[in-house]
Structures are given as C-alpha cells and as structure tokens.
Ligand binder design. Structure first.
Ligand code: NAD
Ligand code: TYD
Length: 340
C-alpha cells in the first residue's frame, strides 16, 4: 500500500489524474489537496468523492503550517504537484499570483518532503519552459536538453519551479522527477483554455476569438495520456530526471477551431480574428523519445481520435460547464475580451 498526495486535484489535469489513479490502484490511498481557486471545482471530483481510498483536503500549497501539519499526520510516499495558476493570459494580466503559487508553493511542498521523507516528489511542468520554435523549421523539436527560454510570466514561473526542484535534488538530496507535457485537452477542462472555450462559444453561436492569424502551432495531447505518463514516471522514472511528454499532434489554432466547427456542424463564419496575445509563442513541439525508450510509454489517442470524444464529453456535461462558468469566470471573460 502506498499513500499519495495529489495537489491541484480539483483542476483539469489533477482531477483526471485522481480519477485514473483511484480506480486503477484500489489498494493505494489518495489525498487530494486543492485551494479551490476559480479553476478548482469539487464537482470534477464527484465521481470518486465517496471512494474508500480517496479523501479531499481544502488547503493552499503556500500555507506552510497547514501543509506541514498534513504531512505530519499522513506520512506520504509520493507527492505529485499539479497545483498551479495555469492560464497564460491571466499571467499577463496579473503576474504576482503566478510567482506565489507556482514557485513558493512547490518550495513549501519540497520543504515538507524533506522534513517528512517521501519516496518521490514529482513536479508537473510544461513544454512552455522551453519557449517557442520557429514555424518554418518542422524538423526542430524540444528535447530535455533544450535550454529554458521562457516568454510569459506563466512559463517563467514554471521554469523557476523546475530549477528549484533540481536545486533541492542536488543540494538536499530530495528524491524527485519532473515531467514537461505539451498542451492537454479532454474532460473537465476549464473553458478559458482554447478547446473548451471554442466548444462552449460555438454551441452558443458566439464569435470565436482567434489571436493574430491563427497560425500558432500547439502540440495537443489527450489528458488521459498525460495521466498514464505521470503514473509511469512517478513509479519507474529515475531519480532527478526530467521527462518530456507529447504525442506528435501539432496543429495550428485555426486547424483546431475548424475541426471543432465541422464536428458541431457550425459555420466557419463564427471565427473572429482578434488582437494577438503579447509575447505569443509561435510553435510548441515535443520530442517524447526518452519517455518512450526508457519507460515504454505510448499515447492511446491521436488528436483525431481524442477531439471527438472531448467534444461529446462537453455536450454530455452541460451542467458541469454551466456551474464552473460563473462568477470569476464571467468577470475575467468580459473584461479580458472586451479589450481585444
Ligand atoms: P487548472 O488551472 O485546471 O488547475 C489548477 C488547480 O490548482 C485548480 O484546481 C486550483 O484550484 C489549484 N490551485 C491553484 N492554486 C493553488 C494553491 N495555491 N494551492 C492549492 N491548489 C491550488 O490547471 P491544469 O490545466 O489542470 O494544469 C495542472 C498542472 O499541469 C499545472 O501545473 C500546469 O502548469 C501543468 N500543465 C498544464 C498543461 C495544460 O495544457 N493544461 C500542459 C502541461 C502542463
Ligand atoms: P491556451 O489554451 O491558452 O494554451 P497555451 O497558451 O498555454 O498554449 O491557448 C492555446 C492557443 O490558442 C494559443 O496559441 C493561444 C490561442 N488562443 C486564441 O487564439 N484565442 C483564445 O481566446 C485563447 C484563450 C487562446
């Protein structure tokens, strides 16, 4: 029996990870910790909330006293940190909370891991720490050796956390791994990110805001495949190592939006080009060969097989979408897009 702490588990990827782990490992115990910011929703955890091997704790990863108390009580074997501020556009509007949550939060967690020793601290990071690639060099991919070169306050905060994790490994001997994944999509994604936002707006026949010319490229991975990769890295990855995660699914933003419109039989005329994002990264593309060769990971979905299921999930979970898309969400969407 192993005991896991999963932080940020009421969010998109952490929530999917909780679902995956709780049903796959009934003999293990899972504590999900989340501050329930605008992006965290207990409804995401409803299907597993009453599972015997799962419990939820409302706490902030920056709250040292509360975190240390929890570690003293539980003695975790594995700590997996998903908790973060995760939206690039919000980081451009207000960087400060990104620095607090994304850098100081992991520091508190790692200090607790040193005081109450764990088998592994795993930091969930992102391909955005590598900056971007040119559009006219499809041969170039990010490897684990690509230098960190960030563009937004979000990516800078995630890169800072990665450096801090490696420093804790070298200086204090913290047993750790880091995973850097490409853009995710799938069930329970908050509708401020491109794919769920486009689905939501297209269903309401609202204009679809596409930054610049829509030619920026993202490398899309279904969240299920991100979960299987993290499970593998945490259990079998080598201590102190970084692993890239991606499935070679590069698409321009326009291609993504057109695919969604075709699936929903909605007109392309909904597409509206708006002012570009400041510092907008051109292209992300991951080389996941280390993870494939060393740990035997293979993704289950291509973009073509995953996107239809994701659109169907959104169609079948209108209640979830309506509940999360209220309050702070409405305020941000109104203020942010009115200036575009
Ligand atoms: P999300 O915004 O959907 O969820 C983040 C969760 O963290 C929310 O439940 C929120 O309440 C919680 N949280 C925020 N601040 C907290 C704090 N101080 N203490 C405790 N909980 C807090 O984000 P996501 O898309 O699920 O991303 C999860 C992780 O994966 C992040 O670390 C992100 O950087 C990384 N990542 C995301 C993507 C992607 O495409 N979404 C890709 C690669 C990596
Ligand atoms: P997003 O989902 O915010 O992820 P990230 O910025 O972390 O890659 O955006 C994905 C792409 O979609 C990115 O190139 C920006 C673009 N985009 C739009 O064109 N319009 C929008 O309203 C949003 C939110 C994103």
């Amino acid at each position: 029996m192993s005991k896991f702490l999963i932080t940020g588990g009421a969010g998109f990827i952490g929530g999917n990870f909780c679902h995956y782990m709780v049903s796959k490992y009934p003999q293990d115990e899972f504590v999900c910790l989340d501050a329930l910011t605008y992006a965290g929703n207990l409804e995401t955890l409803e299907p597993i909330m009453n599972a015997g091997n799962f419990r939820f704790v409302h706490e902030n990863i920056c709250h040292r006293e509360g975190i240390f108390k929890l570690f003293a009580e539980e003695h975790f074997d594995y700590v997996i940190n998903f908790a973060a501020e995760s939206h690039v556009d919000r980081s451009i509007e207000n960087p400060e909370i990104f620095l607090k949550t994304n850098i100081l939060g992991p520091q508190v967690l790692m200090d607790a891991c040193l005081k109450y020793p764990v088998k592994r601290f795993h930091q969930v990071s992102t391909d955005e720490v590598y900056g971007d690639l040119p559009l006219d060099r499809p041969d170039l991919l990010f490897t684990e050796q690509t230098p960190l070169h960030t563009s937004s306050p979000y990516s800078a905060s995630k890169a800072a956390a990665d450096l801090l994790v490696m420093a804790y490994h070298r200086t204090f001997g913290l047993p750790c791994t880091i995973s850097r994944c490409s853009n995710n999509y799938g069930p329970y994604q908050f509708p401020e990110k491109l794919i769920p936002m486009i689905i939501k707006k297209a269903l309401a026949d609202e204009p679809l805001p596409i930054y610049g010319k829509g030619i920026n490229v993202r490398d899309w991975l279904h969240v299920y495949d991100h979960c299987t990769a993290i499970d593998l890295i945490v259990r079998q990855g080598a201590d102190g190592e970084i692993y890239n995660i991606g499935g070679h699914n590069e698409k321009t933003n326009l291609e993504v939006v057109q695919t969604i419109l075709n699936y929903l039989s909605k007109p392309q005329s909904l597409i509206t080009f708006v002012k570009d994002r400041a510092g907008h990264d051109l292209r992300y593309a991951m080389d996941p060969s280390k993870l494939e060769k060393e740990l035997g990971w293979r993704p289950k979905y291509t973009f073509e097989t995953g996107i239809g299921r994701t659109i169907d999930w959104n169609l079948n979970h209108r209640d979830w979408l309506e509940h999360v898309a209220s309050g702070e969400y409405l305020r941000f969407m109104k203020e942010y897009y009115s200036s575009k």
